[in-house]
Design a protein. Structure first.
Length: 304
């Protein structure tokens, strides 16, 4: 590790420095180009020379290189005022002085880089504005009152769901953001999924099970689709996550993914889960194999 560049991220991510052209950069027809995708043409770096080219830093969102005394963010030349020793990389953002870049594009809104921080994806804040990872300002959002979960946020006046389009919903009171089963929120007592009202889903008995699954008194849900009713006599309030995609009401066990599959005869006191497999020491249930529709088989075998 080249400590000369440690300030960029306080050495918390891999740093690369070497006098050669390395991905996502290439040499084409004697010119250094930025080429992250092999099936697309490269973007030339104006003024960069192969003989002194260095990749200073790279993450999944952008790369920084140095050549002829000029720094580049991806293919974009950075201003002379850019200082590598005081720069910071936070997710898709590059911060330097009072300037911020998102995916190497200059953020148009002035940014207080000293107080800038990442929130739950895709949100960030400098205590004056709420930003998305693209550098776009989330108009009207109050950073001092904001609470966030993956893909959604709320302040005292509005709920926000951010995907390909941003949905903004005014509210009058309490907002609950469900981060376990992503996309769900309760706004003024009513359930929403990905910013759309779900009037047919019982809000009083609703609770999350895992990333994509939830349950109410009316049955199991995958996303906002009810995929199966509850067996007779089962109380939805008792169904809780066991581990991974396995859930239990304290007596029965289900593997809940595309559809809920009940596992018969599990000794809960001895049950151990490893990814999509459960064992109670007597039997194993392997739910990792799925059919053409994605439904698990949950094959049961005796422990050898």
């Amino acid at each position: 590790m080249n400590l000369r560049y440690c300030a960029l991220l306080a050495c918390s991510l891999p740093l690369v420095a070497h006098a050669e052209i390395a991905p996502p950069y290439q040499l084409e027809a004697g010119k250094v180009v930025f080429k992250p995708y092999g099936n697309q043409p490269g973007a030339p770096l104006a003024g960069a020379q192969a003989e002194d080219f260095e990749v200073i830093y790279r993450n999944d969102d952008f790369s920084i290189a140095l050549s002829q005394g000029r720094y580049f963010c991806n293919e974009h030349p950075l201003p002379d005022s850019f200082g590598i020793n005081t720069a910071k990389a936070l997710g898709s953002f590059l911060l330097s002085g009072q300037q911020a870049y998102a995916y190497c594009e200059q953020v148009k809104t002035p940014v207080n880089t000293a107080s800038f921080k990442l929130l739950d994806h895709p949100f960030a804040s400098d205590d004056r504005h709420v930003f998305l990872i693209t550098g776009e300002v989330l108009d009207g959002a109050d950073p001092k009152q904001l609470k966030t979960a993956h893909g959604q946020a709320a302040d005292q006046r509005h709920y926000y769901y951010v995907a390909e389009q941003t949905r903004v919903i005014p509210h009058k009171g309490k907002v609950t953001l469900y981060d376990v089963c992503q996309g769900w929120a309760k706004i003024d007592g009513a359930l929403y999924f990905e910013g759309e009202a779900q009037k047919e889903v019982d809000a009083a008995s609703f609770h999350c099970l895992n990333f994509s699954s939830a349950v109410t008194k009316d049955g199991f849900y995958s996303g906002n689709q009810r995929i199966a009713p509850l067996p007779t006599g089962v109380d939805s309030a008792l169904i809780k996550p066991l581990q991974e995609n396995f859930v239990t009401d304290g007596t029965r066990v289900w593997y809940v993914n595309i559809k809920p599959t009940e596992l018969a005869g599990v000794n809960l006191a001895a049950a151990k889960v490893e990814y999509d497999r459960l064992s109670d020491g007597v039997h194993n249930w392997d739910c990792s194999v799925h059919d053409d529709q994605g439904n698990p088989s949950c094959k049961k075998t005796a422990v050898e």
